[in-house]
Write a protein that binds this ligand. Structure first.
Ligand code: GLY
Length: 379
């Protein structure tokens, strides 16, 4: 007879897999259920690790967790590559945010003031200094901010490496989707699959991104607290002999270009509130290309290899939902919105710690999934 797993992780994106891997390393028996949806946020992503350049006003209390995860990245990747035998394309390249006109410059000044107040590591540059760093930038670049700690990883290689590391640790995989949680009294005791099978376990981790709220039996904090936020992205490849578009991640107020060292680049991303729609639109592709060519004219010479739409798991306050759910036996790890790849190491480590010890680690406390109900906000 197969032993009942300690943990069933619903969702095999970067977040679910990192939790599964770290839990298995800690000695737990883990099963991951995943249906490989093509719009999974970790597959349709650019792989930016951007605690500073993706920091937005009003998200001050997220920055500590973002920085903690970014600091963990180098050591965590070393362990993951060793454990999986795979490379992940983690590249400590820095990010350059540039202004193309007076309005952009004003926004950049504002952003710089706020980031400096928070003590974030940002360097103010003139247009000429930006072009010295990245000679392919358009001549119209007027100013920039260099964030030396904002890096990139190949998100698809990251997912592959996590899966390989899980397999080496004897994590079981079920290819399918979960239709319901099994609830006995006030306790979650397993998961019911869409195929009709069910799995009993000690703890369920809900890490199904924007699909987390569609599972029968999940609490209102998740059904009403997590929604899909569509992002369209383009994948480009340089033609033979073409140098990489940039050495660093480059972004404006409207677009980002993440150039990999091997000549591929990712251009992103739209932010659209259209429910579960995953169509790639002419308008989306047009605006991404227009904005990317405006800042890096060489984009026009690249081969367009893929257009994709992914669904980010947005939450009510753009912060993740991390920790025990309303029912015993349920742990929630979703709502990472724009920061899923960045927050993968911290989420994996801290949720695994919670599973092993039963105590919520301090850095997760501000992200309790129940925070809206606790604050009297109807969910
Ligand atoms: N983190 C980039 C995005 O969500 O588009």
């Amino acid at each position: 007879m197969t032993a009942i797993p300690d943990v069933v992780v619903i969702g095999g994106g970067a977040i679910g897999l990192s939790i599964a891997w770290r839990s298995a390393v800690a000695g737990l028996r883990v099963t991951v259920v995943d249906d490989h949806h093509p719009a999974q946020a970790s597959w349709a992503a650019a792989g930016m690790i951007a605690p500073v350049s993706e920091a937005h006003h009003g998200e001050e209390n997220l920055i500590d967790l973002n920085l903690l995860s970014a600091r963990r990245y180098p050591g965590w990747i070393e362990e993951l590559e060793e454990a999986s035998g795979r490379v992940t394309g983690y590249t400590p390249c820095g990010t350059l945010v540039v202004a193309l006109d007076g309005d952009d410059k004003e926004q950049l000044d504002h952003l710089h003031g706020w980031q400096a107040e928070l003590g974030l590591p940002v360097e103010r540059l003139r247009g000429r200094e930006c072009r010295e760093l990245e000679p392919s930038l358009a001549p119209m670049v007027r100013a920039g901010l260099f964030m030396e700690g904002d890096h990139q990883i190949d998100n698809r290689k990251l997912v592959d490496a996590l899966e390989a590391a899980c397999i080496r640790r004897e994590v079981d995989f079920i290819n399918g989707s979960v239709a319901s949680l099994t609830v006995q009294g006030e306790r979650v005791t397993g998961a019911g699959l869409a195929s009709g099978d069910s799995i009993a376990c000690d703890k369920v981790v809900l890490a199904a991104g924007c699909w987390s709220g569609g599972i029968d039996g999940v609490p209102p904090s998740v059904t009403d607290g997590v929604r899909p936020v569509k992002g369209q992205l383009l994948y480009l490849t340089g033609r033979p002999g073409q140098p990489p578009l940039a050495q660093r991640n480059v972004r404006t107020m409207d677009v980002y270009v993440v150039a990999r060292g091997d000549g591929r680049s990712v251009v992103g991303a739209t932010v659209e509130e259209l429910g579960f729609d995953t169509t790639v639109t002419a308008g989306g592709v047009h605006s991404l290309l227009r904005d990317a060519i405006r800042v890096l004219p060489d984009v026009a010479e690249q081969v367009l290899t893929e257009c994709v739409a992914g669904l980010r798991p947005g939450s009510r306050d753009n912060r993740p939902l991390l920790g025990p759910g309303e029912q015993d036996g349920l742990i929630v790890a979703t709502g990472h919105y724009r920061n899923g790849i960045l927050l993968t190491p911290a989420t994996g480590d801290l949720i695994a710690e919670l599973l092993v010890t039963g105590a919520t680690p301090a850095p997760l406390k501000p992200f309790a999934p129940t925070r809206f109900a606790d604050a009297g906000v109807s969910v």
